[in-house]
Write a protein that binds this ligand. Sequence first.
Ligand code: DQA
Length: 142
Amino acid sequence: MRVLMLNGPNLNLLGTRQPDVYGATTLADIEQMCRTHDPDAQMSFVQSNHEGAMIDAIHAAKTDHDGIILNAGAYTHTSVALHDALASVEVPCVEVHLSNIHAREPFRNHSYIAPVALGQIAGFGAQGYLMALDALRLHLVD
Ligand code: DQA
């Protein structure tokens, strides 16, 4: 199973960014947790603060990845372009959020990613990425 884990804006700051909301785990920690959790998965890790670079990464995943785990950060709530990119490549995608976006400010309650994702995991902190890996593996085996 070849998985692209794509993290969007400000997620490079995990560990120091609002730890009360997002936890103390860094993105590097999360990547290591994923490798340990599913050693057989071939993981690619991409983080970008730029919407266009994220779109390019999604397009590229069509040729060499079986699934995408996506935390689009704030672009979740704004980006029709990311929605369209996912719809275009038809690579199965699990949407992840560290925080429960449905229990926060109203502007975080809507996701442009959700309609083109297999499903959404939100509110479980860094563990959510491991849940997403499990979900993707189960989906791809079926
Ligand atoms: C986030 C939630 C978003 O609303 C926010 O803009 C982020 C992180 C999360 O993982 O909880 O950057 O995607």
